[in-house]
Design a protein around this ligand. Structure first.
Ligand code: GLC
Length: 819
């Protein structure tokens, strides 16, 4: 009976919104320049339009007579502030302008048309209803252009191009076998791409929201939030990369991680005692399969109580973690937000004493069940709670723990034995969870507003806590739930996925969209969390997984072992060489993490980011770029004998192969289980490290530099530092630009003098030039000196190899060919 009643209530909630009449802003009745923008007054509400940067404007709209307090959970503290925007009247319309864009606003309903300075229309509401309000729910409807494509939206299953999709933003604990929506993260951000021109749209409203991208009406883009204001940022490109950089200037960038976080990581639910942890880590070393990180899932805790260790299973965690460190393993432990209700348990006692837990509408504390059974949730909206939570992590740091894994932070759980409750959260939130209220007791915020940012606030607390407790070390954390801004603190994994062939393929489009959405440190559970992959599937999954920014195998409780050695010798060898390649690429990859930290550009890049004018790339997500030069085309089909790969126009090489391939076409590569097709764009300079067991086992010595000659000059900026501390912020880093260019009857390599104070250990440089002729001579040019260099030429592989002592100073190497 209760079930039926609940169903009825939820059903009504779905139907009700349709009964509320939607209205617009009506006629414009006046305008006024205010300190932070242009205020437009309408019969039924207001709009405020501000300039943020040359190509970024912000639009707010409300049907109330006052805007809400201007508070964003997402914006970075150093995001540019809203400013006035210049405007003029043209007939009835207002024309607003920045250095890069023009917006025309109609006096009827404030419909907006945004175009480039050259007059190319990017966004248009003039033929649709534009801004609307339905009860307390603001929204907007715009036209979709014939050739428009949509990407981003964060962590979404389904097709890569989101045109034709309907997506909900509501952080939800939901395992997925095929497609599911919503999942754990909510990113109300997307990129529109139409004939090579892109703009971005960030709708900064934390309430549950719906995006209907031409699903209900193929010509209309529909957005509606469950509360709050319409509050968006229009971010002009015109390239998708410029959009991503503009978005990063608003919500921030991923901090430079400790180098070890770029190593391969191993997890399971759970390595449930010391013996299991020791045996799995020993296996990695026995088989010489590189691995940097081992995870402790919920069984390490005493009765699932966070900030405790179970001493029966783990009698000496400090000793264990210190032994792991000696073998090159970092320890990451899971921390869920739910605090067990148990008087005498110090976290519970402190939280109760200080009134730190989330309350319910009746003034009591809100309880739900998670792994420890009944729990309370820390109220991360309160700054003092974030501070407290951060400080609690001293417990882990004292034991030598290196990183923190935040799970169940949607928040997830089940209430009063209805399981799994999270499913019931859509479309309007589960009544039970909506009992939660956050923040100031006398003036609380509804859960509907805080839900999607709960994990973000927790990550802020955790990251800053770790940094404060150990200012010498870059914190590392991983989070399941999130909202824009999370990237300033945490990496992300895509939750409880499943071992099936559909997901082997779909995971790539999911991660590419997550990366477009600014989450540059992301990965999926390699091999699938639910279900067990066969050996072929695991081999294929790890081949792509070594090119996830966060590369981690994980599996669920009661499942078979899932790691590089549990699928027989052949797959062990395949896994080993894929993981070894990840380690060799560390100097290249780490340089891109620095670039991501400086610009927001992802390391794992959709094809369209590199070739936005090539419309063939708009639908490709089963191959992608790793940085700017490496094109990865993992095999994603069962029993594959061939792999079709699309090469955009230009010249290409196969990985460590001399043959040049002309692009602008598809190629067909024969494959067997061991093949991981990788191509390199001509002009590439790829720095490589020696193979090692863990990222900090050996210095990058010799540093290998592979050159794939191109027709024009190209450069690579190699970034190095100590890999762990914040000293790079005080100049303890080294950026070295290497260039290559063809010259008359020769080839020129230039190393510019390194910038910065970091000194790598004395080392050799080992250079390899692919696809070259046998030279007549090779000379080293330094400071006006010329010196002949000894080299080897392999005429079969057509590769030229030479070694020289590295130096901070610059030099040139001139390769001459017989005329
Ligand atoms: C959730 C997480 C999963 C974890 C498990 C136990 O299902 O998504 O990764 O292993 O909880 O903590």
């Amino acid at each position: 009976m209760r079930r039926v009643f609940l169903g009825l209530v939820i059903g009504l909630l779905v139907i009700l919104p349709g009964l509320v009449k939607a209205g617009g802003l009506g006629k414009m009745v006046g305008e006024e320049q205010v300190a932070d923008g242009l205020l437009l007054k309408f019969e039924n509400g207001m709009m405020k339009i501000s300039k943020i940067q040359e190509g970024i404007i912000r639009v707010r709209a409300t049907d109330k007579d006052k805007f809400e307090e201007d508070r964003s959970f997402a914006l970075s503290p150093d995001a540019p502030l809203p400013k006035r925007i210049s405007y003029q009247k043209q007939g009835e319309n207002l024309v607003l302008e920045t250095e890069k864009i023009k917006a025309i606003i109609s006096p009827l309903g404030g419909k907006i048309t945004i175009m480039s300075k050259a007059g190319e229309v990017l966004l248009d509401e003039s033929k649709t209803s534009g801004i609307f309000f339905e009860g307390d729910k603001p929204g907007v409807i715009r036209e979709i252009f014939a050739e428009e494509h949509f990407y981003g939206f964060g962590e979404k299953t389904g097709p890569f191009d989101k045109r034709g999709e309907r997506m909900v933003m509501w952080n939800r604990d939901k395992m997925y076998i095929k497609d599911e929506d919503p999942l754990y993260q909510s990113h109300p951000f997307y990129i529109s791409l139409c004939k090579g021109m892109a703009y971005g749209m960030f709708l900064d409203n934390s309430y549950q929201a719906v995006f209907d991208v031409g699903r209900s009406n193929p010509e209309e883009f529909f957005y509606q939030a469950d509360g709050g204001e319409l509050n968006y940022y229009f971010i002009y490109g015109p390239s998708p990369k410029e959009v991503i950089q503009g978005y990063a200037s608003l919500v921030g960038r991923y901090p430079l991680p400790p180098l070890w976080a770029l190593g391969y990581q191993q997890c399971r639910y759970s390595y449930r005692n010391e013996q299991r942890i020791r045996s799995i880590t020993a296996k990695f070393r026995k088989y010489n399969i590189p691995c940097d990180v081992i995870y402790f899932d919920i069984h390490y805790m005493d009765d699932y109580k966070v900030f405790t260790f179970n001493h029966k299973r783990f009698p000496d965690p400090k000793g264990l973690i210190s032994d792991l460190e000696k073998q090159g393993f970092k320890a990451v432990v899971i921390v869920d937000p739910g605090v067990k209700i148990e008087p005498g348990y110090f976290v519970y006692d402190q939280g109760m004493e200080k009134d730190y837990f989330v309350r319910d509408k009746d003034g009591g504390y809100f309880s739900a069940q998670v792994w420890p059974k009944d729990v309370y949730f820390p109220d991360f909206l309160k700054p003092e709670v974030r501070e407290w939570w951060g400080e609690l992590h001293k417990f882990y740091l004292d034991l030598g723990v290196d990183g923190i894994w935040n799970d169940m932070n949607e928040p997830a759980g089940w209430v009063k034995d209805i399981r799994p409750l999270p499913d019931l959260m859509i479309p309007s939130g589960t009544p039970a969870w909506l009992e939660m209220v956050h923040g100031d007791k006398d003036n609380p915020e509804p859960h509907a507003k805080i839900h999607n940012v709960y994990a973000l606030l927790e990550a802020d607390a955790t990251y800053n806590g770790l940094k404060k407790l150990n200012p010498e070390q870059r914190p590392f954390m991983i989070s399941r739930a999130g909202y824009p801004g999370l990237q300033r603190f945490s990496s992300v994994w895509t939750g409880d996925n499943t071992a099936n062939w559909y997901q082997v393929k779909m995971t790539l489009s999911m991660l590419l969209n997550l990366n477009i959405s600014g989450i540059v440190m992301s990965g999926a559970d390699i091999g699938g969390f639910l279900g067990t992959p066969g050996s072929e599937m695991y081999a294929r999954w790890i081949q792509q997984g070594v090119f996830y920014p966060l590369s981690r195998t994980h599996t669920a409780i009661y499942h078979k072992s899932q790691d590089p050695f549990s699928f027989g010798k052949e797959v062990r060898e395949i896994s080993k060489s894929a993981i070894e390649l990840r380690y060799q690429l560390l100097p290249y990859t780490y340089s891109y993490f620095k670039l991501a930290n400086d610009t927001g550009l992802p390391i794992m890049r959709a094809m369209l980011l590199e070739f936005p004018k090539d419309e063939k790339t708009y639908s490709i997500s089963d191959q992608f770029f790793w940085g700017e030069w490496i094109l990865v085309a993992p095999v994603v089909e069962k029993n594959a004998k061939n792999r079709k790969i699309y090469l955009p126009a230009g010249k290409w090489y196969k990985w460590q192969n001399p043959e040049q391939i002309e692009g602008g076409k598809e190629i067909l590569e024969p494959v067997d289980l061991s093949t991981l097709p990788i191509l390199v764009k001509a002009g590439a300079i790829i720095p490589l490290a020696p193979v090692m067991n863990y990222t900090w086992e050996k210095p990058w010595a010799p540093l290998e530099l592979e050159f794939y000659p191109g027709e024009e000059k190209s450069c690579f900026n190699l970034y190095e530092d100590d890999g762990t501390s914040f000293k790079y912020l005080e100049g303890e880093s080294l950026s070295t630009i290497y260039c290559q260019e063809p010259i008359i009857s020769g080839y020129l390599i230039t190393k510019q003098e390194g910038k910065g104070n970091y000194q790598p250990r004395a080392r050799e440089l080992a250079l390899k030039i692919w696809g070259t002729e046998n030279p007549s001579q090779v000379e080293l040019l330094t400071n006006g000196n010329q010196e002949k260099l000894v080299y080897q030429y392999d005429s079969e592989k057509r590769v030229l190899a030479l070694k020289l002592k590295d130096q901070v100073k610059g030099f040139q190497i001139k390769v001459s060919y017989k005329k």
